[in-house]
Design a binder for this molecule. Structure first.
Ligand SMILES: [Zn+2]
Length: 133
């Protein structure tokens, strides 16, 4: 669950669109970007920043010690997002707020990426299931 934390800002925006019955073409990047408030981009950039993660991890580690390792899921989320987002549309600005630098990654919503993603999820679940038996 903690690994999904960085995308909460974007997810909350999705539900706001549903409640407002806003007719946004989710496949059109410009439509989504135009109808997304600035605070969502700022929250997204903050939650996908290695700097934000490092500060939060340091604070939590100072308070609860080794039990803070659950925050590694957040770090993994950022590291996976860096190469899987294209520039200009929720690209991962991993040095935010110091820099807006991002990598023009391979889009995760590409059908080949999705097929590979579900293949490895299914494979992982089969392996977990077999290890339980
Ligand atoms: Zn993300």
């Amino acid at each position: 669950m903690f690994g999904a934390l960085p995308d909460l800002a974007l997810t909350s925006q999705f539900f706001l669109f549903i409640f407002r019955k806003n007719k946004i073409n989710w496949k059109n990047k410009k439509s989504v970007a135009k109808n997304t408030p600035d605070y969502v981009f700022k929250l997204y950039n903050l939650s996908h920043s290695l700097i934000t993660w490092a500060v939060c991890f340091t604070l939590v580690y100072a308070i609860i010690g080794i039990d803070s390792l659950f925050m590694i899921a957040w770090l993994l989320h950022i590291l996976f997002d860096i190469p899987t987002h294209e520039k200009g549309f929720f690209d991962t600005k991993f040095l935010y707020p110091i820099s807006d630098y991002s990598i023009n990654g391979y889009r995760w919503s590409n059908k080949y990426f999705i097929i590979g993603n579900y293949f490895f999820i299914t494979l992982s679940m089969i392996l977990v299931f077999l290890s339980i038996i």
